[in-house]
Design a protein around this ligand. Structure first.
Ligand code: ATP
Ligand code: MG
Length: 223
């Protein structure tokens, strides 16, 4: 073995559903930072998303599996799905740090999410266990990221890495809205994921009750 440290990417998300924005950001990060692989980590119970309909974890896991399978450098982890309680990024990064204390872990996130990190659970652990790659996303300027960095101490600042990715104005919420409105989602996400959504009737028009609380479509209630 050479003395070069291993570098591995971690891409966390609700993946509700996974789409090309996630895949493009992960691949761009792999290229730019010489990551040997990127591990996708679908969240269990997401702490930030209680208001929106979130498909069952096993469906989000399978959709992520279908999306990443064609890329030999992409992998998938159940760590957040199998952990009870809310999915905190700090716990997940501590888990991977324990698995590989000598690995350089890179947590890949959209710049929008990075800007909110100070409000997440245990942000100091997040900074300690991983580098952060802030992928630019339409509507979130990297200058706001610079402003946030300047409020951090030098040690933390050094571990935030902005990354320009080809702009893709795709979001899972937009895909869910399009499905509810009966609009096409073709070319926004891999075809296998699109087929899975239709086959399992995810994100059907009756997936919300009047108060915005999640009510699974009838097919899912039987599970
Ligand atoms: P939602 O609209 O439900 O919030 P989302 O599209 O933001 O969904 P998440 O699962 O919340 O998807 O995102 C996981 C990670 O991927 C986050 O760090 C997010 O910032 C990033 N991300 C999502 N879409 C894009 C995109 N189009 N380009 C770059 N990064 C993205
Ligand atoms: Mg989001």
């Amino acid at each position: 073995m050479s003395g070069k440290r291993r570098a591995i990417g971690l891409m966390g998300g609700t993946f509700n559903p996974i789409h090309y924005g996630h895949l493009v950001a992960a691949e761009a990060a792999r290229d730019a930072f010489g990551l040997e692989q990127v591990i996708f980590i679908p969240s269990g119970m997401p702490p930030h998303k209680s208001a929106a309909f979130v498909a069952p974890a096993e469906d989000r896991y399978l959709m992520t599996f279908l999306a990443i399978t064609p890329n030999p450098h992409f992998d998938l982890s159940r760590v957040e799905i199998d952990r009870a309680g809310p999915s905190y990024t700090s716990d997940t990064l501590a888990h991977f740090h324990r698995l590989g204390p000598d690995v350089d872990w890179y947590f890949i996130s959209g710049a929008d999410a990075i800007l909110e990190i100070a409000s997440w659970h245990a942000p100091e652990d997040i900074f300690e266990y991983a580098h952060l790659i802030a992928a630019s996303r339409p509507g979130y300027s990297l200058s706001r990221l610079k402003a946030m960095e300047s409020r951090l101490g030098p040690a933390h600042r050094a571990r935030i890495h902005p990354l320009e990715v080809p702009a893709l104005a795709i979001s899972s919420s937009q895909i869910r809205e399009r499905l509810r409105a009966g609009l096409s989602i073709r070319y926004l996400l891999p075809e296998a994921v699109e087929n899975y959504i239709y086959k399992n009737r995810l994100y059907a028009s009756d997936s919300h009750d009047g108060e915005g609380r999640a009510t699974p479509p009838p097919d899912l209630r039987r599970r």
